[in-house]
Design a binder for this molecule. Structure first.
Ligand code: CA
Length: 178
C-alpha cells in the first residue's frame, strides 16, 4: 500500500537513508529535520504515518507525538518513534504519549520499512475504511470514527494505543491473535 510518510529526523544521513528505502518500497516520503517543521508539514499535508525521532534539536519527539494526539485532525495518524535509547522508561513514555511502535537505533532500514507496511495495513486509511463504523460485542460497543468505547453504556477512556489494540482484538473476535 503506497502511503505518504513523514520522516522526522535531524540526522540528515539517516533521514535520507530511511527516505530512500521507503521510496523504493513505493511510498511518497517527506522529511522534516526538527519538531517545528514536522508540525508545520503535518498541518500543511496530513501524512498517513509519521516516523518520529525522539531527540530533536527543538521540541522532543515525545512532545510532537503528544501534540498530534491532542488534535482531532491528527490524533489518528500512526506514529513510530525512533530512538537511540533502549531504556524501558523511554518505551513506556513513547506508548504513553500515544506512539504505535518503537524502533531502537541502529536499525535496519529494510526492517523499518517492513514494520511501517505492517502498521499501515493495520491502521492505515485502507484498513479503517473497510471496517465497520461501530463494533458491538456483548456489552462492549466501539464507535470507530469517534474513538468512543462503552461498556454497558458507560464510556471508558483509552489511550490511542489501547484503543487500537482493543479495536484490533475486537475486529478479530474469536480468532487467535499474535
Ligand atoms: Ca536525533
Amino acid at each position: 500500500m503506497a502511503a505518504h510518510i513523514l520522516v522526522v529526523e535531524d540526522e540528515v544521513d539517516l533521514a535520507d537513508l530511511v527516505a530512500l528505502n521507503l521510496r523504493e518500497a513505493g511510498h511518497d516520503v517527506s522529511i522534516a529535520y526538527n519538531g517545528a517543521n514536522a508540525l508545520a508539514e503535518i498541518s500543511r499535508r496530513r501524512p498517513d504515518l509519521v516516523l518520529l525521532d525522539v531527540m530533536l534539536p527543538d521540541i522532543s519527539g515525545f512532545e510532537v507525538c503528544r501534540r498530534l494526539r491532542r488534535s482531532s485532525d491528527t490524533s489518528r495518524i500512526p506514529v513510530v518513534m525512533l530512538t537511540a535509547k533502549a531504556e524501558e522508561v523511554d518505551r513506556i513514555v513513547g506508548f504513553e504519549v500515544g506512539a504505535d511502535d518503537y524502533v531502537i537505533k541502529p536499525f535496519s532500514p529494510r526492517e523499518l520499512t517492513l514494520r511501517v507496511d505492517a502498521i499501515l495495513r493495520r491502521v492505515g486509511p485502507g484498513a479503517t475504511a473497510e471496517g465497520p463504523q461501530v463494533l458491538s460485542i456483548g456489552e462492549l460497543k466501539i464507535d470507530v470514527p469517534a474513538h468512543h468505547v462503552e461498556i454497558e453504556g458507560d464510556e471508558i477512556t483509552l489511550t490511542a494505543l489501547e484503543f487500537r489494540l482493543l479495536l484490533d482484538l475486537a475486529s478479530r473476535a474469536g480468532r487467535v491473535q499474535s
